[in-house]
Design a protein around this ligand. Structure first.
Ligand code: ADP
Length: 453
């Protein structure tokens, strides 16, 4: 009951103040997600045509990357057989052409920048400047209307235009997502659970390609923004990370020099060396957002193996272990705000105090529930439609543990020299969509917090 009151008043406050945010910079990853819902007959015919024996080899062992059609089809079968997700880079032009001709059922905005641009600019009406590595007309068509801008250089001058007005036929960075439901059959294979295989025909985002406008005019771009959110570092590898991260570091330093708070939206980064390098940049960030798997992966490279294991044990994750991990992260890197989200609750650890931290989390949780419930959130008014989703029961125990351990009151406690903020979330039973929900949570909370200051 108390939480519902807090939810309602937090929403009102953020809705009234969010227009005060002048501009948010979003960099670096934007792409096109092309969804294809697999059909048995179609897939079987394609496998036969490509050579069943050859294809089945890859259903047993995934290739490192996709160089031909049998590898593509085999990798899809690999995912179906195990009900596991996998993502591989598609190198060959002819396979890319094959995927394009095979087509899609649905196109969606992809990449954290694209998703956050549509939410902040297209739904909340907060002006954003987005980094879009390649802007084809297909990519442009996925941007919502609203104050969404990309830099464009004309006569040596930096201008800002909506992506639909950029009008430069660049390449399409397409992530082909082949989805299958639980029980999907192909030959004698049956999917034990629903999942997807992703073939990415994208030479830009995985290498963290940074556009010339951003390399040559970054100082001016940074002068035009009040906040920044960085994402898309996760796909880098030990072979290609050094150059891009050097530019990212320069960008963050430029933003810091102009007192622009920068949030890092962390995503699972398989390469440990890259993960460590990102950790090394954290002292330049104001804030970082992550889930339990991502926090555990960071604890691992910080040498906190026991703590990492503990984070992944409980469901929901043990809040004391989470708090310890957040403290370790904040103390060792100097990042000022750590925002943790998991199924059922969020925590924020900040080196500053105030109820606005909690209210921003509540707004974010309402936005996440609205997205899960409605699929598409069209305006900020839609967010309140999630008020009738109940606060999850599972979070009660979490709250009690935090009250006992830290004397938390109304979701707020003092822990060492930090404020620890907790909220229980509203969980939608049968969600319409959970794609990009993590990005919704982190960007709503970060921008909401500054709106409330
Ligand atoms: P993704 O990368 O898919 O966005 P994340 O792990 O970053 O995934 O974010 C998922 C978060 O979304 C969870 O931590 C949880 O808080 C929230 N969430 C997931 N399912 C629901 C749901 N049905 N209703 C409300 N929130 C949800």
């Amino acid at each position: 009951m108390v939480w519902d009151d807090l939810y309602a008043s937090a929403f009102e406050r953020v809705r009234r103040s969010i227009e005060s945010i002048e501009r948010v910079l979003l960099a670096y990853n934007t792409n096109i997600d092309a969804l294809k819902y697999l059909r048995q007959k179609d897939l079987e015919d394609r496998v036969e045509k490509a050579g069943k024996d050859e294809v089945l080899r890859y259903a047993d062992k995934l290739p490192k990357r996709i160089d031909n059609v049998p590898q593509l089809l085999g990798s899809i079968l690999w995912s179906i057989k195990r009900g596991k997700a996998a993502e591989l880079f598609v190198e060959s032009c002819s396979t890319r052409f094959y995927m394009r001709q095979w087509g899609w059922d649905e196109l969606r905005m992809g990449g954290q920048v694209g998703i956050m641009a549509n939410l902040l600019g297209g739904v909340y009406g907060v002006p954003v400047i987005a980094h879009v590595p390649q802007l084809s007309s297909l990519q442009a068509s996925l941007f919502k209307d609203g104050p969404i801008y990309v830099p464009k250089i004309e006569n040596g001058q930096l201008g800002l235009v909506h992506p639909k007005e950029f009008n430069a036929e660049e390449e399409s960075c397409i992530h082909y997502i082949y989805e299958f439901p639980r029980g999907f059959r192909v030959f004698d294979l049956e999917a034990p659970r629903e999942n997807r295989f992703i073939g990415s025909a994208d030479d830009y985002n995985p290498n963290l390609y940074i556009r010339p406008e951003f390399r040559e005019h970054f100082d001016e771009i940074a002068s035009n923004v009040e906040l920044a959110i960085i994402s898309g570092l996760q796909a880098l590898t030990k072979e290609n990370y050094l150059g891009p991260l050097r530019i990212v570091k320069e960008h963050i330093e430029t933003l810091n020099g102009k007192n622009v708070p920068v949030h890092l939206e962390f995503a699972f980064t398989p390469d440990e060396r890259v993960r460590k390098a990102i950790l090394g940049l954290l002292d330049n960030f104001w804030s970082v957002g992550l889930n339990e798997v991502e926090l555990a992966s960071i604890m691992e490279v910080m040498g906190e193996k026991k703590l990492a294991e503990k984070l992944l044990l409980g469901d929901p994750a043990d809040p004391i272990a989470v708090t310890e991990a957040m403290l370790t992260l904040a103390e060792k890197t100097g990042v000022r705000r750590v925002h943790f989200h998991t199924y059922g609750y969020y925590l924020a650890l900040t080196d500053y105090r105030g109820e606005f931290v909690r209210d921003a989390l509540l707004f974010a949780a309402l936005a996440a529930a609205a997205k899960a419930k409605l699929g598409d959130v069209r305006s900020i008014e839609d967010v309140i439609k999630a008020m009738d989703v109940p606060v999850t029961e599972g979070a009660k125990t979490v709250e009690e543990i935090l009250i006992r351990k830290y004397g938390m009151k109304d979701g707020i406690a003092d822990v060492d020299s930090y404020q620890l903020t907790f909220i229980p979330t509203k969980i939608v039973d049968k969600p319409k969509s959970t794609v990009g929900i993590g990005d919704t949570i982190s960007s709503s909370a970060f921008v909401g917090e500054f709106a409330l200051r």
